[in-house]
Design a protein around this ligand. Sequence first.
Ligand code: NAD
Length: 325
Amino acid sequence: MREPVSTKTALVTGGAGFLGSHLCDRLLERGTRVVCLDNFATGRAENVEHLAGHPWFELMEADLTEPFTLDTPVDTVFHLASAASPPDYLSMPVETLEVGSLGTRNALAVAQEHGARLVLASTSEVYGDPLEHPQRETYWGNVNPVGPRSVYDEAKRYAESLTMAHHRAYGADVGIARIFNCYGPRMRPDDGRMVPTFVNQALEGRPLTVAGDGHQTRSLCYVDDTVRGLIALAESDATGPVNIGSDEELTVKSLALAVLNLTGARSRITFVDLPEDDPHYRRPDIRLAGDLLGWRPLLRLDEGLRRTIAYFLDQDVRVAGWVER
Ligand code: NAD
């Protein structure tokens, strides 16, 4: 039997990361060939090892901050390469600024060479500690340009600016997604983000460490919904920026309580220092994504958390202290 013909090819930078690996899966399911470029700075080979041998999947180990060429013609560049969790980018401050600047330049150059559309994975962090709530795309943000978190926030602000400059100066076909907190299977248990931290603390019977008084808010979007938003943006002609996230806002403490409830763990909650420049509020206005892309998140938080807990249980992180029920 002849192999079905794939008509499209996508380059996914950061494709071995949490979000990138799910994007590779979805693209392949939709019949798109995928070139996954990653240097494994924060990603893991095991996130894409199930794709090894797939006739349409190619893994390219490379550092995006170095210029590169692609033999395969590509139609779309999804530019996701960048450390994304605070402990990761705080431990790689210069690399984070460089992948946002040099990496974005190289991703744009490859897109230009191939006449491909580029989708930039930007972030809600461009809004900093927002003075407008919920955050609309028209809000310019409140970012400390010299604080520790600036290496990520300013890298993404620069990446957005460079992407728009290529669009205006060279007519580059681009779409900017401002992704709000996304969670799901394949996050590293130690990556420092709230969901894997709380889930693994609960499964191991350790106290859940809530920052500050836990009243700060976040809005969490399940990875499948985020990936659907990125693909919808790629398939549209919208330049954006467009917020991609859930508008279901909850406090960090209520998330910890939800994890305790869903795991049945008997752990306590303890309060630790709030990181410097930690945003107090985070909720996207997602009307633009609805209008331009027909997109909205579909999965409820409790179901997304159940799937994420099931993933970590599968990884066998469970030790004494977790009570099955
Ligand atoms: P992740 O750390 O799991 O994935 C990032 C990937 O980029 C990793 O595989 C890493 O090895 C790779 N990478 C980093 N520097 C590189 C370089 N110089 N060359 C090649 N590869 C490099 O993070 P994630 O959560 O999957 O985030 C993916 C993208 O989405 C990031 O750009 C992030 O800023 C953005 N984003 C994510 C979220 C979220 O909640 N997950 C929210 C907003 C924005």
